[in-house]
Design a protein around this ligand. Structure first.
Ligand code: AMP
Length: 295
């Protein structure tokens, strides 16, 4: 495992890999790696000869009142976990390395970023697409793996990569959950015990919708209304959005079918959580759930 801190060094390493004919996969993260991230690293290792995990808490994707400063950081532990999951390189540049003085370019996907999380986090996706475009340019991977957990982000990155002819295959890995159903997230650590209990309504609402769809219900509004009622029953939970959209185009749907994504954002206490489920299963198979036996 090699930890790379500079853009030049990462460029050199990736050029060597390409010259050697290696297929290179990139897994972009903000660190604080958990089983969700590591499942993506394992998937990347299946798809490529060499896996680069980037660890970069990207300031431009955080709003002024968000948690950039207190976001958990532990590079040595991240490198250890990434290596164990099959990564050869961790690319962990400093902020000044990614955004040197004079930096002024923004990559912006227009329509897909207006709705859902984009409506509540102005500028967030421009921060994401700009940094991911830079990571693609530095690492020049053949494939990049993102989590279905951030369903809108995956759709936005797919659009960007296609629109800008980046030649990077974008793969979505399934959402990994805690044994009780809560989607794994670095931000779960912010939850108090009461909020942690309330946070279960996110997954319960998604399961409710998926169950009724499987029983033949196709009225999207009926189910998003039911989901809202369920989520509102949790005292510390405040809904930002609950939608049924096409998982790729993010267009709202009225009638349910395979490929529709129920997606939601809920603030539990002060912690903003997102989750989603794609009807008919995600592209790379069903969601995985950590078994208690695995710890
Ligand atoms: P982050 O470090 O939160 O920016 O996430 C880095 C990558 O890991 C993104 O592609 C996320 O979608 C993905 N990810 C985060 N949580 C999970 C999860 N519970 N299951 C699968 N992928 C995840």
């Amino acid at each position: 495992m090699e930890i790379i801190r500079s853009v030049d060094q990462m460029r050199r390493r990736s050029a060597e890999l390409r010259e050697a004919g290696s297929v290179v996969a990139l897994v972009p993260t903000m660190g604080a790696l958990h089983e969700g991230h590591l499942s993506l690293v394992r998937l990347a290792a299946e798809l490529a000869d060499a896996v680069v995990v980037s660890v970069f808490v990207n300031p431009t994707q955080f709003g002024p009142s968000e948690d950039f400063e207190r976001y958990p950081r532990d590079l040595d532990e991240d490198a250890r976990l990434a290596a164990e999951a099959g990564a050869e390189f961790v690319f962990a540049p400093d902020v000044s390395e990614v955004y040197p003085a004079g930096f002024e370019t923004v990559v912006h996907v227009q329509k897909l970023t207006r709705k859902m999380c984009g409506a509540f986090r102005p500028g967030h996706f421009a921060g994401v697409t700009t940094v991911v475009a830079k990571l693609f340019n530095v690492v020049r991977p053949n494939v990049a793996v993102f989590g279905q957990k951030d369903g809108q982000q995956s759709a936005v990155i797919e659009r960007m990569s296609a629109d800008l002819d980046m030649g990077v295959e974008i793969v979505r890995g399934p959402t990994v959950r805690e044994p009780d159903g809560l989607a794994m997230s670095s931000r779960n650590a912010y939850l108090s015990p009461e909020e942690r209990m309330d946070a279960l309504v996110l997954h319960e609402a998604l399961e409710y919708a998926e169950r009724l769809y499987r029983c033949g219900e196709t009225d999207a509004a009926l189910l998003t209304d039911g989901m809202r009622t369920l989520i509102e029953s949790a005292k510390t939970a405040n809904i930002q959005y609950v939608v049924a959209v096409d998982a790729k185009t993010l267009e709202e749907v009225t009638e349910l079918r395979a490929g529709v994504m129920f997606a939601l954002a809920v603030v539990v206490g002060k912690t903003r959580l997102i989750d989603n489920v794609v009807l008919g299963g995600t592209e790379r198979g069903r969601e995985t759930r950590e078994s208690r036996d695995d710890g």
